[in-house]
Design a protein around this ligand. Structure first.
Ligand SMILES: [Zn+2]
Length: 198
């Protein structure tokens, strides 16, 4: 069996300076880069996910409620929808991702498991085909896409570990609720020492 590292939505669109910024996003991108440099060899499969919206309907709004609707973000074809440059550099040095998962072209998609890889294969199937039984998950935002990815991984029967200092929530309150939900569902937690002081 094998272990995968899933980098969830480490994109400039979700970092300071982006369209839907999360405070601490750039620090997460830097921490993920440091983690890749130190630990790429610990993983059999490296996965990235990206919000990659073409026309996601009411996921976008000019008067967003920040619950179900949001300002436009992760727009396919824009630089801010690519992997964060700092993380991308470390990824390239590590030989690139094995699975490049895009999600949300025409509808909201929070979980990486809602996406498909570069061959059009759903993430769960792609992981099964590679014998993955354990996933480590990090990225942005802990309260939204990271949480949903963790919960789906657990539903898929995968041992799932959250890299707690390589993720950041939209707000501390939402982060605490997300952490409790992930724990209750069976997620384990790892502190890498390379990310945020959390
Ligand atoms: Zn989105």
């Amino acid at each position: 069996m094998s272990t995968a590292l899933i980098l969830v939505d480490v994109q400039p669109t979700f970092c300071e300076g982006g369209e839907l910024p999360v405070e601490g996003g750039n620090a997460v991108a830097a921490g993920v880069a440091a983690f890749l440099r130190a630990h790429r060899g610990d993983y059999d499969v490296l996965v990235t996910t990206q919000d990659h919206h073409v026309d996601p309907g009411d996921h976008f709004s000019d008067s967003p409620d920040f619950v179900d609707s949001w300002p436009a973000h992760g727009v396919a074809g824009t630089a801010n929808a690519e992997i964060h440059p700092e993380t991308a550099e470390a990824l390239a040095a590590a030989g690139g991702a094995d699975l490049t998962v895009l999600k949300g072209a025409h509808a909201a998609a929070y979980s990486g498991f809602d996406g498909t890889d570069q061959t059009g294969t759903p993430l769960a199937q792609a992981l099964r085909e590679r014998g993955v039984d354990t996933v480590d998950v990090c990225g942005i935002a802990e309260s939204h896409c990271v949480k949903e990815t963790v919960l789906d991984a657990l539903r898929e029967g995968l041992r799932t570990r959250l890299l707690v200092d390589l993720t950041v929530p939209v707000t501390a309150e939402l982060g605490a609720a997300a952490r409790a939900e992930m724990r209750a569902a069976g997620a384990e937690e790892i502190r890498t020492g390379l990310g945020l002081p959390r």
